[in-house]
Design a protein around this ligand. Structure first.
Ligand SMILES: C[S@@+](CC[C@H](N)C(=O)[O-])C[C@H]1O[C@@H](n2cnc3c(N)ncnc32)[C@H](O)[C@@H]1O
Length: 219
């Protein structure tokens, strides 16, 4: 009987589209993204009460734009698939001697953490970028403990059909940047999450902030 020996796929071919894209985009991203997105993250984090010593995971930490907005009395782990984005975050951590923060390369769709490992899971502007948003959200719920909290800032498809159609028409362009504009809020509604708040930072904002309690029935 003949056996086929499989040759492992080189890592560069396994990296999903979005991560390769962000790898190449780091300089452009650093130039414009803080102005577009920094304020929303800062506002969402400023409203969050992190108890002393709590374990926080940020999924899709990118270049670490959010990191200065967390308090220093927590243990924060940031993950991202792009080595180049993480290198920027790591440089920021070292420059500021943030001993309470560590970042590592990991796929949001298949997290390498035990169930219920975190008290808080946050994610900013990343669900629209990963290949499988449902898998990413299930992983967030899996690693967050019952009664823990989930904080998401993202663009979701408007429930106003007119606005949704206008934004959809930009989708072909944003898809080139690895960003889908048609993600529906159902991606979070169908999970064991109790939505506590779901609001826009201002009425014209492209982004929605979602605060939820994880696995409330298991508490
Ligand atoms: C729009 S950026 C947002 C970064 C950061 N949260 C921010 O708001 O500045 C999206 C990030 O998702 C990361 N990403 C894409 N697919 C991923 C995946 N499957 N797992 C982990 N990170 C991923 C990209 O590398 C990129 O850093």
């Amino acid at each position: 009987m003949s056996r086929t020996v499989e040759t492992p796929t080189p890592k560069r071919f396994r990296v999903p589209h979005a991560a390769k894209l962000y790898h190449n985009l780091v300089p452009a991203y650093q130039a414009f993204w803080p102005a577009v997105a920094g304020k929303n993250m800062r506002a969402a984090l400023a409203r969050t009460d992190f108890p002393d010593g709590c374990r926080v995971l940020e999924v899709g930490v990118g270049t670490g734009l959010s990191l200065s907005s967390y308090p220093s009395n927590i243990q924060l782990t940031g993950i991202d698939l792009s080595e180049a984005m993480l290198a920027e975050a790591q440089a920021l951590i070292e420059k500021n001697s943030w001993d309470h923060i560590a970042v590592q390369e990991m796929n949001a769709e298949s997290l390498d953490f035990e169930d219920n490992s975190f008290d808080f899971v946050t994610s900013f502007h990343t669900i629209s970028v990963v290949s499988n948003p449902e898998a990413m959200m299930s992983e967030i719920v899996r690693v967050c403990r019952p009664g823990g909290r989930v904080l998401i800032v993202n663009h979701f498809r408007s429930e106003n059909p007119l606005i949704a159609r206008v934004v959809d028409s930009a989708g072909n362009l944003t898809r080139l940047l690895g960003w889908r504009t048609d993600l529906k809020r159902e991606v979070v509604r169908e999970l064991p999450l109790r939505l506590e708040k779901c609001y826009k930072p201002n009425p014209l904002s492209f982004f929605t902030i979602i605060e939820a309690v994880c696995k409330p029935d298991e508490v």
